[in-house]
Design a protein around this ligand. Structure first.
Ligand SMILES: Nc1ncnc2c1ncn2[C@@H]1O[C@H](COP(=O)(O)OP(=O)(O)OP(=O)(O)O)[C@@H](O)[C@H]1O
Ligand SMILES: [Mg+2]
Length: 237
């Protein structure tokens, strides 16, 4: 039986029979503003509340801005930040600091391993994988990097969400088209319009080792975090 890492999002934990399979790397794909960062942070806070260190590796936003946005939510807990249970690291800054080029696959893998060992992280979020691989050059190197990174994260005992930035209202899961085959799971958030309102839909596309629903859910962002409501219950056909 695969162990699970609870996400703290009730409907998602139910869907995945307890949470994201442990020691696996999954992709969370979606367009801008669909809730990728909030969902991933809720996953980290949920783990940190139970003593598991959750590492957030950012390439798109500085730490202070991320924290500012998160403070609005009831799952936010300053004590977890202060006690080092939820380190937020600007990895592009860290790479520069350590003289690691963003175009060096081995350098980046090594740096991530070092940060995980130092922080003792058990949950990791990479925000975003799209930005992380952008400087690696050709697709074969990117493919190799994602594969090696996944293996390394597993060896380090980490459960990981890799964020994939997709085009608005796109049905693609990734930029290069192969990331989703390397990952152990794919969850996707898409925008859709109803009566002039832009809504968010959430779907688990794949999750190796889990018998899960592939139904669409309406994703709502409330004060206590992400909520998933089955389409039929939301009154949307
Ligand atoms: N406190 C809040 N309550 C409800 N909704 C919020 C709150 N804060 C932000 N949002 C909504 O969440 C969206 C941002 O979510 P999030 O940062 O997780 O998106 P994202 O998918 O990571 O976007 P990006 O690709 O730009 O990083 C905002 O555009 C807004 O619609
Ligand atoms: Mg984001």
């Amino acid at each position: 039986m695969i162990q699970k890492a609870q996400t703290g999002i009730q409907a998602l934990d139910d869907m995945l029979k307890g949470g994201i399979p442990r020691r696996r790397s999954i992709i969370l794909a979606g367009g801008c503003g669909t809730g990728k960062t909030i969902l991933s942070e809720q996953f980290l806070f949920t783990g940190a509340k139970n003593g598991e260190v959750g590492l957030y590796l950012s390439l798109t936003e500085p730490k202070d801005k991320i924290l500012e946005d998160l403070m609005e939510f009831s799952f936010y807990d300053q004590r977890l930040i202060d006690s080092g249970k939820l380190p937020i690291i600007d990895i592009s800054y860290d790479a520069r600091l350590h003289g690691v080029g963003l175009s060096s696959a081995d350098g980046m893998c090594g740096l991530i391993a070092k940060i995980i060992q130092e922080t003792k992280a058990k949950r990791v979020v990479i925000d975003s994988l799209t930005a992380m691989v952008a400087n690696l050059g050709d697709v074969e190197r990117i493919r190799g990097f994602i594969y090696d990174l996944g293996r390394q994260l597993r060896a380090l005992d980490c459960t990981t969400i890799m964020i994939s930035e997709t085009e608005p209202q796109s049905l693609k899961y990734s930029v290069y088209g192969f990331e989703e085959f390397i990952a152990d799971g794919v969850m996707m958030i898409t925008d859709f319009e109803r009566k002039g309102e832009l809504l968010r839909a959430f779907q688990v596309i794949k999750m190796r080792g889990v018998k899960h629903s592939r139904n669409k859910y309406v994703l709502e962002i409330l004060e206590d975090g992400i909520h998933l409501i089955p389409l039929f219950k939301a009154g949307i056909e």
